[in-house]
Design a protein around this ligand. Structure first.
Ligand code: ZN
Length: 519
């Protein structure tokens, strides 16, 4: 039953509108932010990074569609009824708005309104505030703001989207519109987190559950000046993680060891990202001894081994293993109670690596150190998707918070990685097919990676995204910490999330994956 409800929610959510700015996009012309899209002349353009420049791609043709921007999705219609396509008084030059916004958890920090004078011709839309309109205060319903909009004579109505800071995170992945005003040009609207309706009178919020993380897909035919949509599951994961660290615990100290031939830029990136990662996990790394971090070029291998020795890391089999694994990546966590994230690469490998990959490579390995510490040296018992998917997901979440990291772009790569590794298009997979994908990536410790086809890095990341989005970051940390008490991660999972993992796959995680792979 629960499954059916969830599927209904997932599939009824409608699409969203990409953004536009004042000038029409042209292939190759510069744009402001990777990932934003813009509809122009029947084509959808996406801002992409090519080298160091941001440019519009050549655009893809979109299907023609109705010009009615305000057509509602056919989702369940709660009371009171939302505004729909009522004719506005175009002659009124000045509009006065009262906007009320309810979030069940009362976390209004940084939420603001991206709002514009809306026209049928999207290229004529005009922003009301280039930085977004902030709320004035919070009352018993939620956050509120009143504003006066001038210069409305030549516009149809007012478009808006609730967003977090100046990020791409939106409350609803859909542009909404204020279309009905009284004879004085006044409109009061009431909004609820995760509910796309624009209410004209105070809706009942007493029994509103938190919205189920879900994702939307197909681009809609209309456009407006809003940030690129972010699936609700991503928003939920980012938002939960954003509330950490929750204490003033001093972050774990790091000791950096960079080899004589270590790439300088990459060394700097390691310092920045690993320090930032440790800060965000200050609550979850119970150790006061500095964590040693090593990085070098392959020609620094002897130097690294000599540095290891200073930490008492002299076991011959470990040294032999490091030598055997080169040329290539050497990553190491054993050897000291703290664990040693050690990366060794050739300069060539680094040179060819996309920046997104570089960034996640670093944070990924610091997250492993955190897992290792949380699980008291047993992080591999989290299983393939728990350990690797966890490092992938948290590496990305950390980078979104501390650096300019395009998580949506990274997810796209993961989706295509998964399809390629599976040798199939996962968007057509059934629940049983998905169980067949997940079983091999459950093994703990994660040793036989010939069976996983690397899907623990991609599918594993989305499983983790769902976990954090659904249960919150703290419970996921409880799960990792639970490996201290049992090496059976499924038992630790049941203890942390109060559900057995198989029910979770069927009722929550797989429906989520099915949606992700349709994005
Ligand atoms: Zn890893």
């Amino acid at each position: 039953m629960k499954l059916r409800v969830l599927l209904v929610v997932l599939f009824l959510l409608t699409p969203l509108s990409p953004s536009i700015s004042a000038t029409p996009p042209k292939a190759g012309a510069t744009c402001s932010k990777a990932g934003i899209t813009k509809i122009y002349d029947g084509k959808k353009f996406t801002c992409i990074k090519s080298g160091k420049k941001l440019t519009w791609n050549k655009g893809i043709q979109i299907k023609s569609a109705s010009t009615n921007k305000n057509s509602n999705s056919n989702g369940p219609s709660p009371t009171p009824s939302p505004l729909v396509g009522v004719q506005t008084q175009n002659s009124i030059e000045v509009r006065k708005l009262s906007i009320r916004y309810h979030r069940p958890s009362s976390d209004y920090t940084n939420w603001n309104i991206w709002i514009w004078r809306n026209s049928d011709d999207n290229s004529k839309d005009s922003l009301i505030s280039s930085s977004g309109v902030n709320f004035e205060g919070v009352d018993s319903f939620g956050a509120f703001v009143s504003l006066t909009v001038t210069g409305m004579r030549n516009f149809k109505d007012i478009g808006f989207s609730l967003r977090l800071g100046d990020s791409i995170i939106r409350d609803i992945d859909k542009d909404r519109f204020i279309t009905t005003f009284d004879s004085r040009g006044f409109a009061e609207i009431w909004l609820i987190q995760g509910d796309e309706n624009v209410y004209t009178s105070r809706p009942d919020t007493s029994s509103k559950p938190l919205p189920t993380p879900s994702a939307t897909s197909t681009p809609s035919p209309t456009s407006a000046p809003t940030p690129t949509p972010t699936p609700a599951g991503v928003i939920a994961a980012l938002e939960s993680f954003k509330t950490f660290p929750s204490t003033n615990t001093e972050p774990q100290k790091l000791n950096f060891h960079f080899g004589p031939n270590a790439d300088k830029d990459f060394s700097e990136l390691i310092k920045e990202l690993s320090t930032g990662t440790m800060k965000l996990f200050a609550d979850h790394y119970p150790d006061n001894r500095p964590l040693p971090v090593f990085f070098g070029d392959l020609s620094d291998l002897d130097w690294v081994i000599a540095e290891w020795a200073k930490y008492g890391y002299t076991e011959q089999y470990q040294i032999d293993d490091a030598r055997k694994r080169s040329p290539g990546l050497v990553v190491n966590y054993w050897g000291s109670p703290q664990g040693h994230p050690t990366l060794i690469w050739t300069s060539n490998q680094l040179k060819d690596m996309p920046r997104l990959t570089k960034m996640n490579l670093i944070s990924h390995h610091i997250v492993h150190a955190i897992q290792h510490r949380s699980a008291r040296g047993k992080y591999e018992f989290l299983g393939c998707w728990g350990a690797e998917g966890g490092a992938e997901l948290y590496g990305a979440l950390v980078n979104v918070r501390i650096a300019d990291f395009d998580y949506m772009e990274y997810r796209k790569q993961k989706i295509s990685d998964a399809n390629r590794n599976m040798g199939a298009n996962l968007s057509s997979f059934t629940i049983n097919d998905w169980l067949g994908v997940i079983r091999p990536i459950e093994q703990a410790p994660c040793l036989d990676t010939s069976k996983t086809a690397n899907l623990h890095y991609s599918v594993g990341m989305f499983l983790m995204e769902r976990l954090v989005g659904e249960f919150g970051h703290q419970k996921v940390m409880n799960w990792w910490g639970g490996i201290r008490d049992t090496l059976d991660w499924k038992i630790a999972f049941q203890r942390a999330f109060s559900t057995d993992v198989d029910s979770w796959y069927k009722n929550s995680a797989i429906p989520y994956l099915m949606q992700v792979f349709k994005e």
